[in-house]
Write a protein that binds this ligand. Structure first.
Ligand SMILES: [Zn+2]
Length: 128
């Protein structure tokens, strides 16, 4: 599957969650935004580098739970990592442009690591 594995239904559902949580306002500047005006801005950007980092964090999490877990080359982890980066908790409702750019916290340092870890815990915490 080379195309995005997310269906338009999933994206629509995520958009509704993020929009409702923001109560129709930009989460950076506070301006009111209609459904059509707002954008979902990634806090940790959805790019290849962060996908690999999130995938490693997923692996670490799963390996800590199950010590026999073999995590190298597991494509399921990339799928989970993609879900982490597109999780509503990694998204903010913003104006296009400057506010969208400001939503990013990057993937450096402890803040981003903790952010990713919290999303993984929420996604997978109930399992096993
Ligand atoms: Zn704004």
């Amino acid at each position: 599957m080379s195309k995005s594995e997310r269906t338009s239904d999933e994206i629509e559902q995520t958009r509704r969650i993020v929009w409702a949580r923001a109560r129709g306002r930009c989460q950076i500047c506070g301006s009111p935004l209609t459904w059509g005006e707002g954008e979902m801005a990634h806090m940790v950007a959805n790019n290849r580098v962060n996908l690999v980092k999130a995938s490693k964090a997923v692996c670490k999490y799963l390996a800590a739970k199950d010590h026999s877990y073999h995590w190298y080359g597991d494509s399921q982890n990339i799928r989970l990592a993609r879900k982490v980066l597109n999780h509503p908790r990694n998204l903010r409702w913003t104006c296009p442009g400057k506010c969208n750019d400001s939503a990013m916290i990057g993937m450096k340092g402890e803040v981003a690591d903790l952010h990713i870890a919290a999303i993984i815990e929420e996604m997978l915490g109930g399992q096993g």
